[in-house]
Design a protein around this ligand. Sequence first.
Ligand code: SAH
Length: 458
Amino acid sequence: MAKREIPVKKNEMITLTFEDLTHEGNGVGKINGYPLFVQGGLPGEEAEVKVVKANKNFGFGRLMNVKTKSPERVDPPCDVYYKCGGCQLQHMSYDLQLEMKRNQVKSVMKKVAHLEHVPVHPTLGMEDPWRYRNKVQIPVGEKDGELITGFYQKRSHRIIDDMDTCIIQDEVNDDMVDVVREIATKLGITAYDEKKDRGTLRHIVVRTGERTGETMVVLITRTEKLPYQQQLIDEITKHHPHVKSIVHNINKQKTNVIFGNKTKVIWGEPYIHDTIGDITFGISARSFYQVNPKQTDVLYEKALEYAQLEPDDVVVDAYCGIGTISLFLAQKAKKVYGVEIVPEAIADAKDNAKINNITNAEFFVGEAEKVMDWWKVQGLKPDVVVVDPPRKGCDVDFLDATINMQPKRIVYVSCNPSTLARDLRILEDGGYETKEVQPVDMFPQTTHVECVAWMSRE
Ligand code: SAH
């Protein structure tokens, strides 16, 4: 067999026309059938590209000069967009972002789930896709004797030291990070130094309830003690009455995981509140809560629509977190059973049921796959199963147990289209039919894609 030649060489300058976008939002162009991936390239554009890597079957290039611009190209409004690893899609119109996300879902439905005929609806986007995040988690560093806060530069652990603002964060949180950093600098608190594994303050986390305006500040330190704790509390609370909770978390490990295992409420409430629809939620420092509150409404409304609940229905909400979806569905169902692996989240879920006088929801701590099996043995027969697993998707034992219990409908909320498609295939083989898939844009300007899929028994 003739060896196929690689048509480009490293460091060569070429002219490339982009035909497509990858799931990461990179432009794809071909030279004699050989694909090159280029960050920043948009379909339809002709550009000068420098080859930076030429593998056997594909290569990578750097965008040097765009000769013909796509009408979908926009000037990224963020000053540090090209340095920061946080956003990937600010150089394309929002319409193109939404289309790209839908295409990604269609593609995995076809390639992974073998479901090319399932309707994948146009992505539900935001009217204003900026300042949507209700939680900022930002690393702390030092420069010229002052504390700095900024996201990491792309593919590195170097903090961007000239980041004034992050325009996908709620402004309240953005400002609060500045306030805390300035107070900590004034008090002489040191930043954690990752290389030397020394110093104190690692991350500042700020979360605000969009509808209540209540803010939680979390300070994560390497040290057991938070130095100047009382002064910090006094300074923060003196001028910022929206702060309802200050929490200290200790992370002694040499790791890039943000939170450590020890969490102490050092001032105020253990919770902040937010509302989704008519329901109020208490959210503690370690519990998962969707980061885009406006789109959470859209996502949960879709999940509710797909669940097609009748007053007599029994529902399982697996991977339920603090019970957000469970309590939302409980209003329309006879009974909801929630299961979640993080004990603090289940404690929150139980409290949330109480706050809202919801008595037909019960919550269990454990692995969804084990608890589901146990429920089956107990004779539980859910009419509807709702799942919202983390990126790795559902455990196959969970899916088997679900198939065995034969609910009428399954609603699958997913933040990773690839594992969604894998799991839909398993459920299809177990007798379910995928009716529709609805992508919802929870993370504008980034490549993340959220979906809700609706399945029913044939
Ligand atoms: N439905 C919730 C949370 C979704 S995030 C909401 O919309 O807010 C996914 C949740 O799954 C997290 O809370 C995580 O702690 C939990 N989780 C991860 N692995 C799990 C497992 N094996 N069993 C049960 N829950 C799990």
